[in-house]
Design a protein around this ligand. Structure first.
Ligand SMILES: Nc1ncnc2c1ncn2[C@@H]1O[C@H](COP(=O)(O)OP(=O)(O)OP(=O)(O)O)[C@@H](O)[C@H]1O
Length: 232
């Protein structure tokens, strides 16, 4: 097996995974090329585990995951440059003392000039309504503002693929709408795990996961109806 493919997008090939003796992903094969892909399913069904496989945070026991032709198993470091991952809990991601410094940290390994970095940080904070908090301590932000900061810190690096694990759990209606508009307009591949069915309703494809396997996969109307049926 080579470690390169010409296939763009995210490919799961016969993927299985267990934590100890608990199997959480069962023979999942998917080719994800659409721009906005939603993943839904019951608590503990394996959604976050699948999402984490996209940036190599979890390497499957069986099968392979490829991102834009790069194997997560063999070239995890390269995959992490392609995939920006937004965690459910923003405290896992916020590192620097101030809001602006935290966003700028994401750009520290780029070749951008200081002026360009500052420009990008200011632009990104403005986009997420955080510009007035630029010099504030990041850990004093509200939960929702922290969630926006975590997203801003990923988006500022301009990754080809963004994986967001329940990105709206702490957001109010206005910020959820803002995020939805952002997702509608950014020119990136997005993979979003969410229990917010409205957020996913205008996505290109929705995948329903049940007990570690694909239960339904299709346009949002069809998949969300199947999920509601499954949960009833
Ligand atoms: N690092 C880990 N070690 C052991 N078990 C784990 C680990 N990560 C996840 N699990 C288990 O794997 C199963 C699937 O978890 P996962 O987080 O993927 O589910 P989920 O569908 O995202 O759930 P939720 O909607 O509640 O966030 C759960 O039973 C969980 O306890």
């Amino acid at each position: 097996m080579t470690d390169e493919r010409s296939q763009s997008g995210v490919v799961f090939e016969g993927v299985g995974h267990a934590f100890g003796d608990r199997t959480v992903v069962r023979d999942v094969s998917l080719t994800l090329t659409e721009r906005r892909i939603g993943i839904v399913g019951s608590n503990g069904s394996g959604k976050s585990t699948l999402a984490r496989m996209v940036n190599g945070l979890v390497i499957p026991d069986r099968g392979s995951v490829w991102v834009n032709g790069v194997s997560t198993r063999r070239r995890a470091r390269e995959v992490r440059k392609i995939v920006g991952f937004v965690f459910t809990d923003p405290d896992r991601q916020i590192i620097m003392p101030t809001v602006a410094e935290d966003v700028e940290l994401s750009l520290s390994r780029t070749a951008l000039s200081r002026a360009e970095r500052e420009h990008r940080v200011a632009q990104t904070l403005e986009r997420f309504g955080l510009h007035e908090h630029a010099d504030h301590p990041a850990h004093r932000l509200s939960g929702g503002q922290k969630q926006l900061l975590a997203l801003a810190s990923v988006l500022v690096t301009d990754p080809a693929v963004i994986v967001a694990d329940e990105p709206t759990t702490l957001l109010d209606l206005r910020n959820t709408t803002m995020l939805r508009d952002t997702f509608a307009t950014i020119d990136k591949q997005l993979i979003v795990v969410s229990h917010d069915l409205e957020l996913l309703s205008d996505f290109d494809r929705v995948i329903v996961i049940d007990d570690g396997a694909v239960h339904c996969d299709g346009p949002p109307g069809h998949a969300i109806a199947a999920y509601r049926e499954l949960m009833s």
